[in-house]
Design a protein around this ligand. Sequence first.
Ligand code: HEM
Ligand code: HEM
Length: 591
Amino acid sequence: MSGRIDTSKVATSNKTSAATATKPSKVGAAANWADERLGLASAMKKQVRKVFPDHWSFMLGEIALWSFVILLLTGVFLTLWFNPSMGEIEYQGSYDELRGVHMSEAFASTMHISFDVRGGLLMRQMHHWAAMLFIAAMFVHLMRVYFTGAFRKPRELNWVVGCLLLILGMLEGFTGYSLPDDLLSGTGIRAADGFIKSQPVIGTYMSFFLFDGEFPGEAIIPRLYAVHILLIPGILLALVGLHMVLLVYHKHTQWPGPGKTEQNVVGYPLLPIYAAKAGGFFFIVFGVTALMGALVSINPIWKYGPYDPSKVTAGSQPDWYMGWPDGALRIMPGWESHLFTGPGGLPAVTIPWNVLIPIIILPVVMLQVLIALPFIESWITGDKREHHLLQRPRNAPFRTATMVSLMTFIGLLWMAGGNDIIAILFDLSINQITYFNRAAVFVGPAIAFAITYRWCISLQRHDEQKLLHGYETGVIMRSPEGGYSEKHLPLPEAQAYTLTARERDEVYSVESETDANGVVAPGSRVQKVRARLSAAMYANNIQKPTKEQLEEAHHHAEHEHELQAPMEGHPADGHQFDGHRFHTVEDEQLR
Ligand code: HEM
Ligand code: HEM
């Protein structure tokens, strides 16, 4: 394919372009001027030829990136008119139903953006839709990275940066959602106040500090504003920058296939192909967000009205990504501990587990587990090698099942967050839904794990069958004895190569727990846990066929159906397929 290059050829093409350089154009002269002062040419030259592999799933990170850019652009527009003040005024704008109503300046300015600023409502809705898309894209991107094993060495740090981006993105969304000071966002802030206060001893002090006194006070909106437009976007920008720098430094992973190794990157150069594609993709994401912002209403604050602590709307829901801790809160039993006795026999300290567990402990633990996933896996496997070739989710059944199980857990909690809506929609009792969900959040993930795990192994078996016995052609043959059988044909060479381009999984085992004197080796208990986890992870996996198995199957098949062997050389034997023939890999070294 033209344009598609292997990085092993990058150095050569750089030389040729330098050699054929003629008198510089105006742009070239300007570039020379800048280069003589900044010396960026050599660095740039290398980067513009940087190769990016191609796969649809690598677009997911880009959707996150581009929606972030849209958030920055639309956010700057909103700051021009938004007034982060809790000063009370009487609304005199063009929305009839609220004229004459007392409200905060924050709410009034959001009304002004929505009804009186040209393009204001479009920008607000685009900003909100982009926020939804941004966080959704991050989640899906995270799953792509996890399911394909792209988080393995050397990319663990980029995984950690990603996790920080995720949590900061969600916090940014929450602070933005709180700014308009409408009834819904005020209810959210009120809930946040309760969560902060649930922390024993420090809770009330923290709440006083945050709200500059009693809730709601006058300080919260200006403070959230500074956090929303300056603090978090600044950190996000720096982290997105770091994420991209690490991406370029590590180079992107690629799917295994003919010509693709752990040492090279096969794909398109940054300039012109990849940059054009990525630039085009920005406009697609922008177009979709603009279309959503123009056509689909989101957060119609004029319907909720300004915030009033004495009111709350029925069916209040947070933005979707905050739904799962809310669900955990809704199904949590009302546990509380009372410590010490204060004046009048009342408890001096109350520990409200019913709020602490779902809102503080659970999300913090989940975040820690998420950050730790790459490190836990590499500890169990003891794998210290670098990985640049991706794995198919089926070839890591335990890992795939773990993520599906986590997703099921989050999904069920999310469903629990909509218990009131479900109760109304299906005419069910809220108690029944709560009891069901309490059991489901434990049972559901276990079932999801088991199903996914077995499913992956079945798929592995299917791959093995295809490799050993070819694919099913649907052609039924009748033998002279009258028996029927289906004709199998060998897989195309490239496909057979790709299927065998995976490593063998090795189960870690503890060699000897005690030494010659019967003394238990230090740390052996930990090693035993590791061995058990390693067995759980790998023991049932179907490994790729050995060369002998493939040869035997091949002879057998040749005998039966004149099968032509596709897989004489497969990656396990250090062979490489170049599209026409197999050859032994000499070092296609790049790094
Ligand atoms: C602001 C949010 C984020 C942005 C803008 C972003 C952007 C990107 C882009 C454009 C890529 C390259 C293309 C691709 O593989 O999709 C990438 C790769 C990567 N991202 Fe993110 N990402 C974000 C969040 C995350 C999160 C939440 C995680 C995981 C917890 C993560 C982990 C990674 C890793 C490990 C890679 C390298 C993958 C590889 O080389 O195959 N990122 N990111
Ligand atoms: C990751 C980035 C961001 C996310 C997830 C996000 C999210 C949100 C959300 C959900 C809202 C409520 C919108 C509504 O009223 O329906 C909002 C409001 C707002 N955002 Fe952002 N935002 C981000 C970045 C920014 C940036 C960078 C700026 C400014 C430079 C900004 C400025 C504003 C302003 C002024 C408002 C209040 C106006 C309004 O609500 O209409 N945002 N944001």
